[in-house]
Unconditional design. Structure first.
Length: 79
C-alpha cells in the first residue's frame, strides 16, 4: 500500500530544510490500496509519517487511552 524510497535519507533535512523528504520518501501505491481503505488512505499515510517522526525523536511517548484492537474471526469485524 505504501511505497518507501530508501534512497532518500533524513540527513538531507539537515542540509536542506526545504527538502521534500516526507513527501517523496513515502507515497501511496493506489492500485494496492484495498477498496475499504481508499477513503482514508491519505490519513493512514500521514499518520505513519508522524509515527516515524516520533520514533526518530528518541522520546518515550505513551498514549494514555490506547487499547488493544480486538478482531473477531467469526464475523470479520472489530469487536
Amino acid at each position: 500500500m505504501i511505497r518507501e524510497r530508501k534512497d532518500l535519507s533524513r540527513d538531507e533535512l539537515r542540509q536542506d530544510y526545504n527538502a521534500n523528504y516526507w513527501d517523496k520518501r513515502y507515497t501511496i501505491r493506489g492500485v494496492m490500496v484495498p477498496w475499504f481503505l481508499k477513503p482514508c488512505a491519505d490519513q493512514i499515510l500521514t499518520t505513519g509519517k508522524y509515527l516515524n517522526v516520533i520514533r526518530g525523536s528518541d522520546q518515550a511517548i505513551k498514549c494514555p487511552f490506547a487499547a488493544p484492537i480486538r478482531w473477531s474471526t467469526v464475523d470479520r469485524t472489530f469487536v
